[in-house]
Design a protein around this ligand. Structure first.
Ligand code: DAT
Ligand code: MG
Length: 152
């Protein structure tokens, strides 16, 4: 539905490599609505909860260390038609070596451990992640001027 929302996060390598604007532009230009955005260095507890499904994997410790390195992440909520599935397509496959070259990871990354960006992979994940990273009061309600043309 049009009101579907996804949690998208530019990871520390994306911020450090100054790719924030290029990544945000992909979602804006597609016509999605920016509902929330903030820059922060997540606590280990937040990173661990965000990736709790992966806690038994051998790379979990390194993943949490990367996300909490001290270089900030940019956490966002985007809204619009099919944004969860389309967000995954914009981001590309987990391993950048398998990502479509037109995707963010396929254009800018080569390492699975430095793959630049996160996107929710389901409605349930998006609900969990938006609630984890944002308070309800941080989620804006407004209509972009493009909305009715794009989302018709
Ligand atoms: P995605 O980020 O595409 O949703 P995921 O949820 O399976 O992928 O894993 C979360 C992150 O964990 C992923 O973006 C990078 C890291 N990761 C996944 N598999 C990995 C692996 N085999 N080695 C190192 N890091 C990995
Ligand atoms: Mg995932």
């Amino acid at each position: 539905t049009v009101s579907e929302r996804s949690f998208i996060m530019i990871k520390p390598d994306g911020v450090s490599r100054q790719l924030v604007g290029k990544i945000v532009s992909r979602f804006e230009e597609r016509g999605y609505k920016l509902v929330a955005i903030k820059s922060l260095t997540p606590s280990p507890a937040l990173a661990q909860e965000h990736y709790s499904d992966l806690s038994s994997r051998p790379f979990f410790g390194g993943l949490v260390k990367y996300i909490t390195s001290g270089t900030p992440v940019v956490a966002m909520v985007w809204e619009g038609k099919d944004v969860i599935r389309q967000g995954r397509r914009i981001v590309g496959a987990t391993n950048p070596l398998e990502s479509d070259p037109g995707s963010v990871r396929g254009q800018y990354a080569v390492s699975v451990g430095r793959n630049l960006i996160h996107a929710s992979d389901s409605f349930d994940a998006a609900t969990k992640e938006i609630g984890l990273w944002f308070a309800e009061t941080e989620l804006s309600q407004y209509e972009p001027t493009t909305w009715n043309w794009v989302m018709a």
